[in-house]
Write a protein that binds this ligand. Structure first.
Ligand code: IMP
Ligand code: MG
Length: 208
């Protein structure tokens, strides 16, 4: 009875996932306070301009939703779907864009978001090896935007395979595998309302 109660309540599920974490790095109030700062900075930097925000899915979902509601500027939102991890804790180095047209008449062609002559701000969850953001920057750059900046919630302190300058960074973290607040391991933990370090032995377990 008690177990059933725990597992059917939202708090219970969060406690359940909490057990998979080595430690919590940033709780919800800390994340929200930092978002207030970044949003104020972005709002100031882009005043009297119209932003085109490119959200890199899925990891940036929570970040984008919470950050954009703090930016009182006219803006457009486009989403990109990208995969580079393929279920592992290390990036494969290959960045796969999911950019096909939704309608069958589009013929499944690659379609870039509309960025020509726009002030583009790329939002991603985390800067790790740099492969993903370098590839996105390069790809969007071919469409000749007026400007491109990068904003990430987290940046790992490490030597990157590809150097990427992030103009706005929420938090710098050590080179550890983190989950929660949109960040996943094999698709799980995105709904944790805070960010924590995943227990390292879970990274080694076979996929279930
Ligand atoms: P990069 O291409 O190595 O910079 O990795 C970028 C992507 O890998 C991020 O957008 C995340 O989706 C994922 N990633 C990198 N580090 C972590 C992590 O610690 N936890 C969860 N996902 C991560
Ligand atoms: Mg991501």
């Amino acid at each position: 009875m008690i177990a059933a109660l725990i597992l059917t309540s939202t708090d219970g599920l969060v406690i359940f996932m909490r057990g998979d974490l080595e430690r919590v790095l940033f709780d919800q109030p800390a994340i929200h306070r930092r978002l207030d700062d970044i949003a104020a900075q972005i709002s100031n930097d882009y005043r009297e301009r119209e932003l085109t925000v490119i959200a890199v899915l899925h990891g940036s979902l929570m970040f984008v939703a919470d950050l954009l509601r703090r930016i009182p500027l006219p803006l457009k939102l486009e989403c990109l779907s990208v995969a580079s991890y393929h279920g592992k804790a290390q990036t494969s180095g290959e960045v796969a864009f999911n950019l096909t047209t939704a309608s069958p008449s589009g013929g499944g062609q690659i379609v870039l978001p509309e960025v020509a002559d726009r002030d583009v701000l790329i939002l991603d969850d985390i800067l790790d090896s740099g492969h993903t953001l370098a590839a996105i920057r390069e790809m969007l750059g071919t469409a000749e935007p007026k400007s491109i900046r990068v904003c990430v919630l987290l940046s790992k302190k490490k030597r990157r395979a590809r150097e990427v300058h992030a103009d706005y960074v929420g938090f710098e973290i050590e080179d550890e595998f983190v989950v929660g607040y949109g960040l996943d391991f094999r698709g799980r933990y995105r709904n944790l309302p805070y960010i924590g370090v995943l227990r390292s032995e879970l990274l080694e377990q076979p996929e279930r």
